[in-house]
Design a protein around this ligand. Structure first.
Ligand code: TXA
Ligand code: MG
Length: 322
């Protein structure tokens, strides 16, 4: 299969590119598209045959459910039962990088939910995703990487993983957020943050006016099925150094240092890159391609946001497990 890149960046081509992506999706094909977080691999949310192709193209285990993407929060009621808390969070954060897990209606095919009674819903804030969803209606969209690779934040990342496996990638340039959405489960008595994102637990608690449990630490808390899979880790050893003082490191020409912009001048002679959500996955991909041996991440205590810290912890899992 030839994989076409549909260029939605050039103003004169944008509408035609989005229309062609919508045409393919409405014909039952799968197409990658940009969102504000990461690129998603889309398929019609009510089309079980297309959804099956998404699992196949990614090599994704069939027990890991997908997020249904909507053009507008008013479409939540077509897919799920939304109560007071869902309406509060939707009003505060949708469109935006927040996913809600709610009791599903049977309009959503079981394959999209991996058989669960709940469904994950999100309204992306990216203008190209919004324009596409307005033409196609609801789309399932997991991150558009091969299972086991970092989420893609450019169309080229998608192409590197899925060329020959999908008919098209809608290119909307780099994703501004760069890490996946925060996932909040509202299907039980307690609200639970299953996956941290750039929207913080404090922001969610302020809107709900109640305590939110954080999945992972507490064994009684339910978890996103995706969290049980081994996550992507670069070939390089990832070393997270949280310390008040700048560390002194033995020389290693195959090392990259990621740190906050204010410390970038503190490592003379080293390959130092800015540590930020928007480029962290691109850096992991580059480090692998350049055969980097060690990625050192330096911050002072309390400086890392929960979403970025979570992704770095997962990337360093190789080192901690072996
Ligand atoms: O930012 C994002 O959320 C991106 C963009 C493309 O929208 N999508 C994304 O999808 O990251 P994916 O499939 O890579 O991650 C979805 C996560 C997985 O951990 C999955 O297990 C969890 O959401 N999830 C989906 N449905 C769920 C459900 N019904 N209950 C609990 N967790 C669910
Ligand atoms: Mg993913």
């Amino acid at each position: 299969m030839q994989t076409t890149i549909l260029d939605a960046l050039l103003p004169g081509f944008r509408d035609a590119a989005i229309a062609e992506a919508a045409r393919l999706l409405l014909a039952g094909e799968i197409v990658a598209f940009p969102t504000e977080t990461v690129y998603g691999l889309g398929a019609g949310a009510f089309d079980p045959a297309a959804i099956e192709r998404v699992f196949l193209a990614k090599g994704r285990p069939s027990d890991n459910p997908l997020i249904v993407h909507l053009a507008d929060p008013s479409q939540i009621d077509e897919c799920a039962i939304a109560g007071r808390r869902a309406r509060l969070l939707a009003a505060a954060f949708m469109p935006g990088p927040l996913t809600l897990v709610l009791p599903s209606l049977d309009t959503v095919p079981a394959i999209a939910r991996a058989g669960l009674p709940t469904v994950a819903l999100r309204v992306p804030a990216h203008p190209i995703a919004a324009a596409l969803l307005a033409l196609t209606g609801p789309l399932v969209a997991p991150s558009a990487n091969l299972s086991g690779r970092p989420s893609p934040t450019t169309a080229m990342h998608v192409y590197d993983d899925l060329a020959g496996r999908i008919p098209a990638v809608l290119d909307g340039g780099p994703c501004p957020v760069g890490i996946e959405s925060a996932v909040v489960d509202l299907s039980r008595e307690d609200a639970v943050l299953l996956r941290p994102g750039i929207i913080t637990v404090e922001q969610i608690e302020a809107v709900l006016g109640e305590k939110v449990l954080v999945g992972g630490g507490d064994h009684s808390a339910p978890r996103a099925p995706g969290m049980k899979y081994r996550h992507y880790a670069p070939t390089a050893v990832v070393r997270l150094l949280i310390a008040p003082e700048i560390p002194s490191l033995p020389p290693n020409p195959r090392r990259v240092i990621l740190t906050l912009s204010r410390y970038m001048n503190a490592f003379p002679g080293e390959d130092v890159r800015p540590l930020q959500e928007s480029t962290v996955y691109a850096l992991f991909r580059e480090a692998d391609a350049a055969r980097i041996e060690e990625i050192v991440i330096y911050v002072r205590p309390g400086e890392l946001e929960a979403g970025l810290l979570d992704r770095i912890r997962k990337a360093s899992a190789n080192e901690r497990e072996s």
